[in-house]
Design a protein around this ligand. Structure first.
Ligand code: FES
Length: 115
């Protein structure tokens, strides 16, 4: 079973096994998702807005909820990419937050281009 995910604003897509996190899927397709702590729920630079498939992600644990409290512009469809697991054989769409994009380009300035 596989999940398909599209990352906005760039529109890059990945097809990954069910059970993959959003962060792992982003790495698979080169999406510009920040991950300053390496994926251990200790920052919030992997913050995304889930536009399609929110109910078919893994449930949010307390640690993620706490960490999201410190994120910028949190919305009802906010998740941390390193914690949210793609649970179903379906398509997902997530928008990478500005905060996350900035963290990514801080880490990889050579990929920034005209941004
Ligand atoms: S990468 Fe740090 S909380 Fe997700």
């Amino acid at each position: 079973m596989s999940a398909r995910i599209r990352f906005e604003p760039d529109g890059v897509e990945a097809e990954v096994p069910v059970g993959t996190t959003i962060k792992e899927a982003a790495e698979r397709c080169g999406a510009h998702l920040g991950s300053a702590c390496g994926g251990v729920c200790a920052c919030s630079t992997c913050h995304v807005y889930v536009k399609e498939g929110l109910d078919d992600l893994s449930a949010m644990e307390m640690a993620e909820e706490d960490r999201l409290d410190g994120a910028f512009d949190v919305r009802p469809n906010s998740r941390l990419g390193c914690q949210a697991v793609l649970r179903q054989d379906r398509g997902y769409v997530v928008e990478i937050t500005r905060e996350s994009l900035e963290a990514f380009f801080d880490e990889y300035p050579e990929l920034r281009g005209g941004r």
